[in-house]
Structures are given as C-alpha cells and as structure tokens.
Design a protein around this ligand. Sequence first.
Ligand code: HEM
Length: 172
Amino acid sequence: MDWLEFAVQWLHVLFAVFWFGGSMYVTFVLMPTMQRIPPASAREVGRAIMPRMAMAMRIAGAVVIVLGIVRGIGWGPRNAAGTGFDFASTYGITWSVSILLALAIFAIGDGIVGRTARRLYGDDGLWAFATAGGLPPARFAALAGRLRTAGLAQLVLFVVALTCMILMRFGF
Ligand code: HEM
C-alpha cells in the first residue's frame, strides 16, 4: 500500500466530510432553528457564527480541492506514453468535472452565501422589527431567500460532486 496516497485521500475525505457536512448542518439544522427563536437572538447567533463559519468553510474547501487535484494527478490513471495523468480518460474527465463543481461550490459559498449573510446580519436597519415588533422588511426577506437558494444550490452541486467521487472509485 502507498502510504502517501493513503494520507492524501484520508485528509481529502476528512475535509470533504467537514465541508459538505457543515453545509448540510447549516441548511437543515441551523437555519430552520434560527427561524424558530426570537429574531434578536437569531441575529446574535448569526453574527457570532458567520465569520468563523466562513473561515472554516474556506479552509475546508481549499484543502479538499488541492488534495483532490494531488490525488488525481499523483495516483490517477497514466496516459499511454506513461508521462503523466490521463486527462482524456473517463476518470480524467470525471476528475476535471469535479474541479469545476468544487470551484462553483466554493464560489457560491464564499461569494453569495458569505456576502449575503454578512449583509443580513450586519445591517442594523434590517433588524429593527426584532425589538419594535411587526414584520421584517422586504430586503430582509429577499436576503434570507437568497441565502436559502444559494445553500440549496450548493447542496445539489455537492451531491453531484460526491457522485463523481464514487464514479472515480469504480474507475470512471
Ligand atoms: C466537492 C466536494 C468533494 C467531496 C465531498 C469529495 C469526497 C470524496 C470522497 C468521499 C472520496 C472517497 C471515494 C471512495 O473511495 O469511494 C473522494 C475521493 C477522491 N476525490 Fe474527492 N471530493 C470532493 C471534491 C474533489 C475534487 C474537487 C477533486 C479533484 C478534482 C477530487 C478528487 C478525488 C479523487 C481523485 C479521489 C480518489 C478517487 C479514486 O480513484 O478512488 N475530489 N472524494
């Protein structure tokens, strides 16, 4: 057994579990819970979690992508000349698609989810209703909706990326 390959794959899967799992936790546990607690508390929790969450997801995503590239190029199928990774093989194509999927997931997470969450939780004006009562402003609903949609889009892409991982495991 190649222990370096083992270590690279082990770390790749560990960080992938954190990245994908963190995203599922936010979508299916954290966000629905935030909608059920008083808005002022939800805002405090949101403001406290977001910077740490953004950094953790950024690091996890970057490690997954880098180690996925190393794993494929280092131990994936060789080309006919034996000079390196066979990008044109089915495995090579699945691997390339995986990079695109992971970059899209990263961009949605860091760009749309991160930025929208910072706007939502950072703007005092959007949270006046939390103390004054009444309904949240239209912009609040728009930002919350964008967070939900982007989170779900990420999850769909994660599922497709995971399918690519299993395909490569079986040689495709
Ligand atoms: C997007 C999130 C990702 C997740 C959740 C993920 C998850 C996983 C998992 C669970 C495995 C183990 C599969 C198995 O042994 O059955 C794996 C393997 C692997 N991943 Fe990823 N991965 C992701 C992204 C990437 C990216 C971006 C690349 C590189 C382009 C990549 C390249 C690989 C390679 C080459 C393997 C080994 C496949 C094999 O030959 O058995 N992964 N990944």
